[in-house]
Write a protein that binds this ligand. Structure first.
Ligand SMILES: [Zn+2]
Length: 302
C-alpha cells in the first residue's frame, strides 16, 4: 500500500503499514481521523505537506477510542497545528482525565515507538514526553452528525473493543472509519479478534457496522480496503471471531488448559504488524480474549 494515498474524492490515507490515519478534505476545512502515536505525528505532517494540503485548513482531529495507539499522536499534531480542535466521545474524554490512564498510555507509547523504530517503520527521534492532559477540546456523541463543510460524518456507538469507542461513517460515499472494531487485520491473511471489553457487544457492533455495507473500510491499522477486499475483510474477520470463540469454548476447561490456550493464541496472533506491541501486552490481551469468551452471554446461553 502507498502512503499517502487518495481513497475517494475527499478521503486520503496517511501513515504507514502499521498506522492508518485519514484526512478528509473539505472546501474550506479539513478533518483528521485517528492520531497514531508520538513518532508517527511528524510523518503525518510530512505527508500533509507532500499532498500540498494547507495545514491551517485542518480544523478537526477526531479520536476514536481510549487506547494509547489511537491517542498519543494527538498532542504532537496539536503542537504542530495549535488551531486543531481535538474531538472525541465522552467516555474517552473521561478516561483521559485520569492520571493513572495517562501514565499507562505514555508507557505504551514509549514501548510502541521503540518497536516501530526497530521494525524500520518510523524513526525514534528524541521526544519530549507528550502531555495528554486537557487535550480534548470538544465532546462528540453517538448519534451526532458532524457537518464539516457540508459533508456529513455520523458518529456511531461502537462498544466491545474499548470502553466508549466510536466509529465514523460518511454516508454519501459509504466510507466507514471503523478503527479497531472489525478486528485487527494483519495482511495478507490473518485477523486478530479484539473484543477486549465485551464479546457480545463486540459481535453486535461488528454486525451493525457490516450491515452498513461500506464501500470503504478504513481501520486504524494496516491499510484501507474497498470492493472485493472490503467484503473479504468482513468475512474473514468474522470467521476468525467464530473460530476463536469455538477454540476457547472447547479448550479452556481448566486453568492449566487456559494457560496452554493463551500461548497457542499468542503464537497465532503475535505475527507481522502486531509485533509493534510488546509480547507482554499481547499475552495479557490473549488472556482477556479468553476471559471475555468464558464470561459471554453467548457462552452462558449455549
Ligand atoms: Zn484499540
Amino acid at each position: 500500500m502507498k502512503y499517502p494515498q487518495r481513497l475517494t474524492k475527499d478521503v486520503m490515507l496517511l501513515g504507514n503499514q502499521y498506522f492508518s490515519i485519514y484526512l478528509i478534505r473539505g472546501r474550506g476545512s479539513h478533518t483528521l481521523i485517528e492520531s497514531g502515536i508520538s513518532s508517527t505525528a511528524e510523518q503525518i505532517i510530512r505527508q500533509i505537506g507532500f499532498l500540498a494540503v494547507d495545514m491551517s485548513g485542518i480544523h478537526n482531529l477526531l479520536l476514536t477510542h481510549a487506547h494509547a495507539d489511537h491517542i498519543t499522536g494527538a498532542p504532537f499534531l496539536k503542537k504542530m497545528m495549535p488551531w486543531l480542535k481535538v474531538k472525541t466521545g465522552p467516555e474517552t474524554e473521561r478516561l483521559l482525565a485520569k492520571e493513572s490512564i495517562r501514565k499507562i498510555f505514555l508507557r505504551d507509547d514509549r514501548e510502541i515507538r521503540t518497536r516501530l523504530a526497530a521494525l524500520g517503520a518510523v524513526e525514534n527521534s528524541h521526544f519530549d514526553e507528550p502531555s495528554l492532559e486537557n487535550m480534548i477540546d470538544e465532546t462528540i456523541r453517538p448519534g451526532q452528525i458532524l457537518e464539516f463543510d457540508g459533508n456529513p460524518l455520523e458518529v456511531l456507538d461502537a462498544p466491545g473493543h474499548c470502553k466508549g469507542g466510536i466509529a465514523l461513517w460518511q454516508p454519501e460515499n459509504k466510507v466507514l472509519f471503523c478503527s479497531d472494531y472489525l478486528g485487527f487485520y494483519l495482511p495478507p491473511d490473518r485477523f486478530v479478534p479484539n473484543f477486549y471489553v465485551d464479546y457480545d457487544d463486540f459481535s453486535e457492533t461488528f454486525e451493525y457496522l457490516s450491515e452498513l455495507k461500506p464501500a470503504w473500510i478504513c481501520p486504524g491499522h494496516c491499510g484501507a480496503y474497498t470492493g472485493e477486499d472490503a467484503i473479504r475483510f468482513i468475512d474473514k474477520s468474522r470467521a476468525e471471531v467464530k473460530w476463536v470463540y469455538d477454540y476457547v469454548v472447547n479448550n479452556c476447561q481448566s486453568l492449566e488448559k487456559i494457560e496452554k490456550a493463551k500461548e497457542f493464541l499468542f503464537d497465532r496472533y503475535y505475527v507481522g504488524e502486531a509485533t509493534m506491541f510488546s509480547a507482554q501486552s499481547t499475552r495479557y490481551c490473549m488472556e482477556i480474549l479468553i476471559r471475555r469468551i468464558l464470561s459471554s452471554k453467548a457462552m452462558a446461553q449455549s
